[in-house]
Design a protein around this ligand. Structure first.
Ligand SMILES: [Zn+2]
Ligand SMILES: [Zn+2]
Length: 149
């Protein structure tokens, strides 16, 4: 399964960069990847506590920071005041964000492939972070809106 192979990949990267794999960390990786899409640290924490009740939110944040630093998770802010995390696709990709229900969806836009590298080349900057987000209504919210109106 895709989730399990991502967990294995992340464990390997953590080990290669000198980090210990604790049972708590493993739980956090699994919650990060199992959550439907782009969970916040709080959502991951709630999930982890079902299996590991002593894990603190601080530990979740620390693990997510570590994963971000080794390039295994993409952190993003979408305007709800919380960071959200994508561990399934840690490389640059654009997102669509629903302004009504907060759903975050990965979008594939082949024209944007390699955009950070192209931006770096065009600007002469050393680019550290980047994001491309589209805001609107997801299809479920869009349909609801039509029913109400
Ligand atoms: Zn929605
Ligand atoms: Zn994503």
């Amino acid at each position: 399964m895709e989730t399990q192979s991502r967990v294995a990949e992340m464990r390997q990267k953590l080990r290669d960069s000198g980090h210990r794999i604790t049972p708590q960390r493993l739980c956090i990786l699994e919650a990060l990847l199992a959550a439907n899409s782009h969970p916040s640290a709080e959502e991951i924490h709630a999930q982890v506590r079902l299996f590991s009740p002593t894990t603190s939110l601080a530990t979740v944040y620390k693990t997510l920071d570590t994963l971000r630093d080794i390039g295994e998770v993409m952190e993003m802010e979408v305007g709800d005041g919380r960071s959200h995390y994508d561990g399934v696709h840690p490389q640059f990709h654009p997102h669509a964000i629903c302004t009504r229900c907060g759903k975050i969806t990965d979008i594939e836009l082949p024209g944007l492939t390699g955009l950070p590298d192209r931006a770096e080349e065009a600007s002469g900057y050393e680019i550290h972070t980047h994001r491309v987000e589209f805001y609107g209504l997801c299809s479920a919210c869009h349909q609801q809106k039509e029913v109400i109106e």
